[in-house]
Design a protein. Sequence first.
Length: 133
Amino acid sequence: MATIGSFGPIVFSVSSDKVFTFSNGNFSRGERWGEIPRIGKTPKLQFLGPDSAEVSMDITLDATLGVQPWKTHRKIMIMANKGTPNYLVIGGKKIGRSHAKFVISKVSTAWGIVMSNGGILRMTMSVTFKEYF
């Protein structure tokens, strides 16, 4: 089994029995700025400091690739609802400034293939992680 990365107990990996990976990974971080109003002039900008980093990715849950879509979806949603911080690891390296932990800040789910009995064969979760200090 080749491990690609992890977020706490969620392990992204590839083996002959299971393919559980992500796509469209994106890292972003900005800076915080304040504006001081000035009469008759443009506002003066003041640097307030760095903003929290965000990582977003699409996670495909496909039963034909050895993943249980509903079970895995539920596991991710429980982690999001609890707000428990975990390390986000990609390629063996912790992501973020000073190896900060992350929380799941947003999740959306698209049902890709729904079977005639209502079971989900494939779904894609778009997950956003936010740096947590």
